[in-house]
Design a binder for this molecule. Structure first.
Ligand code: FES
Length: 115
């Protein structure tokens, strides 16, 4: 049975505009690696796994954006993803999507809904 429970990811003031944070959560004794990004005042959370070969997107903690902050970038082979949708617009996994995690904000904290 799917619980769809809310899990606190971080406080919203921990993420500045055009910045990201790594999020590690433990579900059923397994650690999941996610990241959150803030763009135009909205928050987006994705699984930290590139749809190309499944590696983490970042090599440096909290660094997921391209040099102009306009896209999420995979550090391994340079795929670019739309921040708002996770859709890949360039690179070896073009037209694939990052796995987006539903979010909600309560009491100045960002919560995620793990399916
Ligand atoms: S692993 Fe991400 S583009 Fe190849």
């Amino acid at each position: 049975m799917s619980s769809n429970k809310l899990t606190k990811a971080c406080n919203i003031d921990e993420i500045m505009e055009n910045e990201c944070v790594d999020i590690k959560i433990t579900e059923n004794k397994k650690q999941k690696s996610l990241f959150a990004v803030k763009k135009n005042g909205s928050f987006y959370v994705y699984l930290n796994s590139c749809p190309h070969i499944g590696t983490p997107l970042n090599l440096i903690p909290n660094k997921f954006l391209s040099h102009n902050d306009n896209h999420i970038i995979c550090s391994t082979h340079g795929a670019l993803f739309e921040i708002e949708t996770g859709f890949c617009i360039s690179g070896p996994c073009i037209n694939k999507n990052l796995a987006q995690i539903p979010t909600t904000i309560k009491n100045n904290a960002l919560f995620i809904k793990i399916p």
